[in-house]
Ligand binder design. Structure first.
Ligand code: KG4
Ligand code: ZN
Length: 340
């Protein structure tokens, strides 16, 4: 089954062509980072307008790169939510119009379902597994028993980990998005002996909290009294990242043990973090687990990731219809065939 996939939930316009939910023929991402960087974060109105300008030419380019004519396509999958509603609507409206013009079905897919299943484009990870979805909007742990079968085990009670990376970067005078910059600075490995708190780490439940950690960085900066020099900025970045990595890895491992799962999938933009990847890999060996990370291009927002679930649901005969609408809030646990 040859699918066109469209993603526009935040600040990347992405279009992919994927065969059988597995073989990527094209996976294009037009990033809006430069557009939003001057504001220190995503401006929803600007994001929607840029999606609108980009989505058509990017689709033409993706089809050309894939060597696929639109008459060969058998379905269109699109991010239905969660995300910025104006941004989502551009993708949803485009996907519906394209599918209608081609006479093929359209299907709305959950963004986080896309992230969690992206790994299946590279390797077959057998169900059940534990998924840590860690991005700008999510820090959630799910037990995954199959496509469409997600049980929420824990989630952040305040900021998402990616959001904390971005906000701390802003405090440190670094640009947007801050996650990759903090990651790079932290690679020096010198935390200058700074120790930040590990929120909720001692609690037995699987919830996360990052807002207190963010405040701890702010307090540290205020105590310094002066603008930190480059070396100090790198040390704070390293100490912050270590605290985040500690909490994410230890809580995930604890949840895996409680659920009796020995396969872990880490998904979403923060899964690009080199410290997180390294620590999880070390812990995997020590704890006889396998930890799977998609390649960085498939961790960050992309459209190919939507095709795994898309292919599965469309083959089952489910599609969305032309009344498909975008939803800004949509808990993954509520994904199910009845949502279509
Ligand atoms: O999944 P994603 O691309 O978009 C959302 O669905 O939110 O995730 C974006 C988030 C941003 O907060 C960004 O700073 C973070 O992922 N991120 C990273 C790294 N690369 C991206 N955080 C830490 N280390 C990285 N290397
Ligand atoms: Zn995402």
């Amino acid at each position: 089954m040859l699918l066109l996939a469209i993603e526009s939930s935040c600040d990347e316009t992405a279009v992919a062509v994927v065969r059988d939910g597995r073989e990527i023929l094209a996976n294009l991402i037009a990033s809006q980072v430069d557009l939003h960087a001057v504001y220190g974060g995503v401006v929803p109105e600007l994001a929607s307008r840029r999606h609108l300008e980009t989505i058509n030419p990017l689709t033409v380019e993706a089809l050309s790169q894939a060597g696929v004519g639109q008459e060969q396509l058998e379905g269109v999958v699109v991010t239905r939510g969660p995300g910025l509603v104006g941004a989502l609507l551009v993708g949803v409206a485009f996907a519906k119009a394209f599918a209608y013009a081609c006479g093929i079905p359209v299907l709305g897919v959950h963004h986080i379902e896309g992230h969690i299943l992206a790994i299946q484009l590279e390797q077959q990870v057998a169900f059940p597994f534990l998924a840590l979805a860690v991005s700008g909007g999510h820090t959630h742990l799910f037990r995954v028993d199959g496509i469409g079968q997600y049980r929420l085990l824990g989630r952040t009670v305040d900021d998402a980990a990616g959001e904390a990376f971005d906000k701390v970067a802003k405090m440190l005078g670094l640009s947007y998005p801050g996650g990759p910059i903090i990651d790079k600075l932290a690679q020096g490995g010198d935390d200058g002996g700074i120790v930040f708190p590990r929120p909720l780490l001692k609690k037995a439940h699987c919830d996360f909290s990052f807002s207190g950690l963010k405040t701890a960085v702010l307090n540290h900066l205020q105590r310094l009294g002066e603008k930190p020099d480059e070396k100090r900025v790198a040390q704070i970045a390293a100490a912050f990242q270590t605290a985040v990595v500690d909490v994410l890895t230890q809580k995930t491992l604890r949840a895996a043990a409680a659920e009796g799962l020995n396969r872990i999938v880490v998904a979403g933009g923060v899964a690009c973090n080199s410290g997180l990847r390294k620590r999880f890999s070390e812990l995997a060996v020590r704890n006889e687990l396998t930890v799977h990370f998609p390649a960085p291009l498939l961790c960050a927002d992309n459209a190919a990731m939507l095709a795994v679930a898309g292919d599965y649901y469309l083959r089952q005969g489910f599609s969305s219809g032309l009344d498909l609408n975008a939803v800004s809030n949509w808990p993954l646990e509520q994904v199910g065939v009845f949502n279509f």
